[in-house]
Design a protein around this ligand. Structure first.
Ligand SMILES: *Cc1c(COP(=O)(O)O)cnc(C)c1O
Length: 458
């Protein structure tokens, strides 16, 4: 008999979690203004809010923490971290920051001017925020394949070269860089092919525009290239990742994702002028150049995390778990962005809550229903997250409306996946009785989803 698939690790430390009653959850969600970001973690049974900073570190990472060098300048931990980044990416200049958005803040403070245009394949929310808050414009150039959630295509995170060229042509001299996000989080953790990375960069370079890779999940992207793209099946994840970076000019990184740490980020580039320019913003915003917002021990654990998570078995374990959950949803007929992405399942809420109009935020409504059902905390990646148009102040209903079931790395077992799937099935089975959604009672101007307050429409 062929042996079944199993995790490439065993568990050394556990953390208790607690179930709650429906009555408790009703009260807690009301107190949280129907915004799951406002819940306390003890009020959550299985937490799928994010895979950001929520992974389990390995014994080797915990050991590295103890060896952290906390010197203000010239810390050994910085050089170990920097050398790891250079070895994995080929970039020699490395600026540490406290997380990914801080890397964006430091780099964009140098690069983005009012009125600039920055194309990208579905900018991440903080990336978009850092562009728009500088009165510049983030233009989405993702392939249209991504919009059809039921279409099975291997690289739905890809850039549409046609859309990109149009933006580059119409805005010559006004595009400081292009952002290439891997995997493409916003459209469902969908990967970008090596061919598309190469062609995107060639096109940008033809117009004299550098490319910044938003690399939060670069290792998962490399895994999908190995599994799905011809010519890469025999390459290692490390070889594939290095080739991905070889086409672009710079990377920003949220190390809380594929770096396997709770906090951290960085910028890396071979462009000496960008390095010099960004350095000036690192010191006042983040800290001195050899710690930039991280402890020595964080950098030590990150160096180990980057190395571990660019090994095939680690990624294979993770992606298998996401696919295990996807298979359950298939069994129950629940529609999600196909095929399953790298770090999460993105449930297509508009197709589930067909009675709830767009204006009442179906994905946010489904997120609330799922929490009330069982204490599973998912996250809306939809119309609320999309924010309002900066010019018209209208809600942006043009994109997709997802509930993201985001799987932390090395944290839950497949039994937890069974509970998640069953909870969603119970909501799905009574979907026709859900006729009303939610209404916004308070919102921030930018990145409103974190703090928005909502009431349930009766
Ligand atoms: C998480 C993330 C960021 C922002 O990083 P933080 O560490 O959360 O500040 C930027 N881009 C992408 C694609 C991300 O997933």
């Amino acid at each position: 008999m062929e042996l079944p698939f199993a995790e490439a690790w065993k568990i050394k430390m556990v953390e208790p979690i607690r179930k709650s009653t429906r009555a408790e959850r009703e009260k807690w969600l009301e107190e949280a203004h129907n915004n799951i970001f406002m819940l306390k973690s003890e009020q959550v049974y299985i937490d799928l809010l994010t895979d950001s900073g929520t992974g389990a570190m390995s014994d080797r990472q915990w050991a590295a923490l103890m060896m952290g060098d906390e010197s203000y300048s010239g810390a050994r931990s910085f050089f170990e971290f920097k050398d790891t980044v250079t070895r994995l990416t080929g970039f020699k200049n490395v600026i540490p920051t406290h997380q990914g958005r801080a890397a964006e803040n430091v780099l964009f403070s140098y690069l983005v001017k009012q009125g600039n245009v920055v194309p990208g394949n579905a900018h991440f929310d903080t990336t978009k925020g850092h562009i728009e808050s500088r009165k510049a414009f983030a233009i989405d150039v993702t392939t249209d394949e991504a919009k059809d959630t039921q279409l099975e295509a291997p690289f739905k995170g890809n850039v549409s070269l046609e859309k990109l060229e149009k933006v580059l042509k119409e805005n010559q001299g006004n595009v400081p860089f292009m952002v290439l996000t891997v995997t493409n989080n916003t459209v469902g953790g969908q990967p970008v092919s090596m061919k598309n990375i190469r062609e995107t960069s060639e096109l940008c370079h033809k117009y004299g525009v550098p490319v910044v890779m938003d690399s939060a999940r670069f290792a998962e992207n490399a895994y999908f290239i190995k599994i799905r793209e011809k010519g890469f099946e025999n390459k290692t994840i490390k070889e594939i990742a290095k080739e991905m970076f070889s086409y672009v000019d710079c990377m920003t990184m949220s190390a809380k994702k594929d770096g396997l740490v709770n906090m951290g980020g960085f910028i890396a580039t071979n462009k000496d002028d960008w390095y010099e320019g960004a350095k000036k913003f690192c010191i006042p915003f983040e800290g001195f150049l050899t710690y930039g917002g991280m402890n020595g021990r964080d950098m030590a654990a990150l160096a180990v995390g980057l190395d571990e998570n660019t090994e095939f078995d680690m990624l294979d374990t993770r992606i298998h778990q996401v696919q295990y959950l996807a298979k359950k949803l298939d069994e129950y007929g629940i529609p999600y962005q196909r095929p399953a992405g790298g770090h999460a399942i993105f449930v297509d809420a508009d197709k589930v809550l067909t009675n709830v109009p767009k204006e009442e935020f179906p994905a946010q409504t489904l997120t609330c229903e799922l929490y009330l059902e069982s204490g599973v905390r998912a996250c809306e990646i939809g119309y609320i997250l999309a924010d309002r148009d900066p010019v018209t102040r209208e809600n942006r209903f043009g994109g997709l409306d997802f509930v993201r079931l985001c799987i932390p790395r090395r944290v839950y077992t497949n039994n937890h996946m069974d509970v998640i799937a069953a909870s969603l099935k119970n909501v799905f089975d009574r979907r026709d009785s859900i006729k009303h959604g939610v209404r916004i009672t308070w919102e921030a101007e930018l990145m409103r989803h974190f703090t928005v307050q909502l009431e349930r429409i009766k």
